[in-house]
Design a protein around this ligand. Structure first.
Ligand SMILES: [Zn+2]
Length: 395
């Protein structure tokens, strides 16, 4: 993975390029940013950059004179410079691109009391190849562990200590990329000494999403590299580039994904999930009742076109009726997928039969109005306001 494979995050990329150029790489960097912002992808790209055999000679971009005398041009050449970051073709880059460089080690949450990451490398490589922005639930599902807690175990920590005590095989550095140090729990204490006084040429690249869930003792030993929430425009551009989507379609998905590029790729790859995501997103926004957010949602929704709006409302009716069955019978054996079911189960905690009934008639009315060419912006904004009232009324 090279920096150009990663959407947005230009500020962070520039910082990392300068860091690599300086050759004063901290022992431990913590890439911190929201889910789907690409912090793992950036950590992996940075590891490849450090191992690239051609890095320092790449078109002289790292020549010192240029760094000091030509600052302005360096800024305007940002894009070009990132193209040249890691060469992408040397043996080290080729191995790194397949997540198989012998001096780039990976550690990540897995399942089982004695689990070690090396036992899951095949799944891990496939996971990264498909969607390096995906979230931890998607990963744990892949391991067949939807309902189990993932963790980074004591055995894994010991395996890391052992791996990093060996000499580098062929790279300039020994690099450990750890995804989600949040999952270390107290076992993280086993790594403190190693992170503080690592063997020569050893670098830790941690990619995390939730600062509060990381041991303070680990945090304090890392230099923070923050990644930003991606904008809708960046997500849309990423979808056009990586999935060859039409601009309108890419914008719709980006709007749903709310800055999470992993979720956007999942929607792009599984179009049948669209209505479910759209509905859940809408319900959440109606629940929050933020006027600006709802106006924006309505404007985007209005662009979908009548047939799609109708289909969406029919899906919503199906979902609401299944929820009524759930309340009436307590029977979770419904015609909902697991993620829809868990949402339905959470929602029945705050919605009773009567409220859901009111939502059903609201959706039915909307089908009627849409068929009669009502203005979708006005219609759905009004509906959003009514839904907010229904959701927020005490039962
Ligand atoms: Zn290279």
């Amino acid at each position: 993975m090279i920096f150009n494979d990663i959407i947005g995050q230009n500020r962070t990329k520039s910082f990392l390029l300068q860091l690599a150029q300086s050759e004063r790489i901290p022992h431990a960097l913590l890439f911190l940013g929201p889910t789907g912002s690409g912090n793992l992808a950036l950590a992996i790209a940075f590891a490849q950059l450090l191992q690239c055999e051609k890095r320092q000679t790449a078109h002289g971009f790292f020549a010192e004179s240029e760094l000091t005398t030509n600052n302005q041009q360096r800024t305007t050449n940002d894009e070009q410079r990132t193209t040249e970051s890691a060469c992408g073709v040397c043996p080290a880059c080729r191995k790194a691109a397949q997540f198989a460089h012998p001096d780039i080690h990976f550690s990540f949450p897995s399942v089982g009391p004695n689990a070690v990451s090396t036992n899951f490398l095949k799944e891990w490589r496939a996971f990264l190849s498909e969607n390096p922005y995906a979230d931890v639930n998607t990963w744990l599902q892949r391991l067949g562990a939807e309902n189990k807690q993932g963790n980074i175990t004591k055995d894994e920590c010991n395996a890391i200590i052992k791996k990093l005590s060996l000499k580098a095989f062929e790279g300039r550095y020994k690099i450990l990329v750890m995804w989600l140090p949040e999952y270390l729990g107290k076992e993280g204490n086993r790594l403190l000494k190693l992170i503080e006084e690592p063997p020569e040429q050893t670098i830790f690249l941690l990619a995390a999403e939730n600062q509060e869930a990381i041991l303070n003792t680990i945090l304090s030993r890392c230099q923070l590299v923050k990644t930003d929430l991606l904008s809708d425009e960046e997500v849309a551009e990423g979808l056009m580039e990586k999935r060859s989507l039409h601009a309108d379609r890419a914008r719709q998905i980006a709007f749903l994904a709310g800055g999470d590029f992993g979720a956007a790729l999942t929607v792009a790859d599984n179009p049948e999930n669209d209505d479910a995501r759209l509905l859940l997103d809408w319900l959440r926004k109606c629940w929050r009742g933020n006027a600006v957010e709802l106006v924006r949602w309505t404007e985007e929704f209005a662009k979908l076109g009548r047939e799609n709006q109708k289909q969406f409302l029919h899906y919503g009716l199906h979902f609401l009726r299944e929820m009524m069955t759930l309340i009436a019978t307590g029977n979770p054996n419904l015609r909902l997928r697991p993620d829809e079911l868990s949402t339905a189960q959470n929602m029945v905690k705050v919605l009773d039969f009567e409220k859901i009934g009111r939502l059903v008639s609201l959706f039915n009315d909307n089908v009627y109005y849409i068929e009669r060419n009502a203005n979708p912006k006005i219609l759905f904004l009004d509906t959003s306001i009514q839904m907010n009232k229904i959701l927020k009324t005490a039962s």
